[in-house]
Design a protein around this ligand. Structure first.
Ligand code: ATP
Length: 522
């Protein structure tokens, strides 16, 4: 993971937000290559959802909404995580993410000090892994008491009450053994005020998910799109959660983007659609270069599911830091529309012309994280391998990002063999100009061809196009193709097309290059 993070910074995929000020925990900036990758990913999702199927329409809701939305959806009351705090370092953790610990627990009743009164009732506990000395518990306990204002020299004795083995407890901090505070609920929504007056009536929240705007606009979208059930609304946008403990690079951030579909179905078809969406989404990940074998489908157990969901699948990816959620596919029943209908007093029912009945549609929601998917794509693409240099034949390590061409930030690197031969440069630049309206390409004339290939390998560019003397030979005369189409002089020649993954090279006519590349990156 460290290598991937370093490559992301070195090549301009992802930077720490506000880096020169020491950063901001849980916020990230995408650099020139990262933004292209992210955009390609979102564009492909958008195309798959709204363009190649006609039962889903697009939508772009606002981030700020009437606070009543968040009350009705249940977020104000229940969108929270259990927070615990280390009694020594004050670091905060999500109670449900504490790794269970076993060992010997030492319970301290309090301390005796040189102050009056000497005995102070200040309970504390430490967990020491089996086999470690009691002295380490004493050391941690002393840190606890000194953090509360008692100087080392003042402490006469620690009153150890009992010690007993503990199995799989989540009450202790895995990092230092210190007892954690009792969990308290912590609402993850970022609160803000709308307008100049900061009072209770102006409170609203930065949306913690994109979904709610699609529910509250369900009626409007249904009417204007003249769709019948089943039909969906798709949206990509920012969401904000004041995560207790952002970690694992961009995986858990406080500001992130989601790609969500609210798919409205007839009430008795919810489970059927849940299965269909699971298959559809697995195929989608395969199309962006994440094989099915790397995605684990977790059937979320009853106890862990959101209270409104009748069935949820989590699609999880094998990240280097563990198997973790990429996307949740939840059968949300009619919960959201029912809540908004009740709270707003506005009807959100659907009139079924077939059965001549009115009902609130049920919803299946595939909800994916853009940033987590970008991270999974980066992890999947990253490879370090020993290869023979294409020019010198010497063995060397190459770092390569094997992005699916449709996601690659730059589709082709275009190189004149030598930078001091104006004809080669001119021809290469002509190819750049011809390709630019169709795709992102990069011109590079610096260094040996081998070095230039290595550079584009690290950036994940799938094709290298080299203009050499053979190109110029063939490009001298204009002609017509077999179909009778005129071929300009410059297009007649051939170039070397080098493939990133196999490092194989072939010659291809410039006239065929465009169609070839377009088919590969679609
Ligand atoms: P987790 O259990 O990991 O906190 P969640 O189950 O709360 O996630 P959902 O509410 O289902 O997540 O959100 C849908 C998707 O949004 C997730 O699958 C994930 O890809 C993305 N997502 C949620 N929280 C974050 C976050 N803090 N940072 C980045 N992406 C996130």
């Amino acid at each position: 993971m460290d290598k991937i993070v370093a490559l992301c910074k070195r090549r301009g995929f992802i930077f720490q937000s506000s880096e020169i000020y020491g950063g901001l925990n849980g916020a990230w900036d995408y650099g020139p290559l990262g933004v292209e990758l992210k955009r390609n990913l979102k564009d492909y999702w958008w195309r798959c959802m709204t363009q190649v199927r006609d039962d889903i329409v697009g939508f772009d809701g606002s981030i700020l909404m009437n606070a009543a939305v968040w009350k009705a959806s249940g977020h104000v009351d229940t969108f929270s995580d259990p927070l615990v705090e280390c009694l020594i370092t004050k670091k905060r953790y999500r109670a449900d993410q504490i790794e269970p610990q076993s060992g010997i627990a030492y319970y301290y009743k309090g301390i005796t000090t040189t102050r009056t009164p000497a005995a102070i009732d200040l309970p504390f506990a430490v967990l020491v892994p089996k086999g470690k000395p009691e002295a380490s518990a004493q050391k941690t306990a002393r840190q606890f008491y000194t953090a509360r204002g008692y100087a080392e020299a003042e402490i006469v004795s620690l009153e150890l009450e009992k010690s007993e083995p503990v199995e799989n407890s989540t009450k202790f901090n895995p990092e230092n053994g210190s007892l954690l505070s009792e969990p308290r609920t912590f609402n993850l929504m970022f609160k803000t005020y709308v307008g100049p007056v900061e009072d209770a009536s102006s409170v609203t929240y930065l949306r913690p998910e994109t979904a709610q705007a699609m529910f509250v606009q369900f009626k409007n979208v249904l009417e204007v799109s003249r769709k019948k059930l089943p039909f969906g609304i798709a949206q990509i946008g920012k969401a904000f959660r004041n995560e207790i403990n952002p970690r694992n690079f961009t995986f858990r951030s406080r500001e992130f983007e989601q790609m969500e579909v609210e798919f409205f179905v007839k009430p008795d078809t919810g489970f059927e659609w849940l299965e269909k969406w699971k298959e559809d989404r697995l195929a989608w990940y395969e199309a962006i270069g994440i094989p099915r074998s790397k995605i684990h489908v977790l059937t979320v157990p009853d106890a862990d599911r959101a209270f409104y969901s009748k069935g949820t699948y989590d699609l999880e990816y094998e990240f280097p830091f563990g198997i973790q959620e990429l996307e949740g596919i939840a059968y949300r029943t009619d919960y959201d529309l029912t809540q908004h209908q009740k709270a707003s007093g506005k009807p959100l029912e659907y009139f079924d012309e077939e059965t001549k009945s009115k009902y609130i549609p049920h919803v299946v929601e595939p909800s994916a994280g853009v940033d987590r998917t970008v991270l999974a794509v980066l992890c999947e693409a990253f490879a370090e391998e020993t290869v023979k240099d294409e020019e010198s034949g010497k063995e060397e390590t190459r770092v390569v990002l094997r992005f699916a061409p449709r996601l690659a930030p730059v589709k082709a690197g275009i190189f004149p063999l030598l930078k001091n031969k104006p004809e080669l440069v001119a021809q290469a630049k002509e190819i750049v100009k011809a390709l630019q309206p169709l795709m992102k390409v990069a011109y590079d004339e610096a260094g040996s061809i081998g070095k230039r290939y290595r550079r584009i390998d690290e950036e994940g560019t799938p094709f290298g196009i080299t203009v050499d003397f053979e190109t110029l030979e063939g490009a001298k005369e204009a002609s017509t193709s077999a179909m009778g189409t005129p071929i300009a002089a410059g297009q007649k020649g051939t170039v070397t097309l080098r493939h990133r993954d196999s490092m194989k090279q072939e010659r291809i006519a410039i006239a065929d290059l465009f169609a070839y590349l377009l088919a590969k990156i679609a």
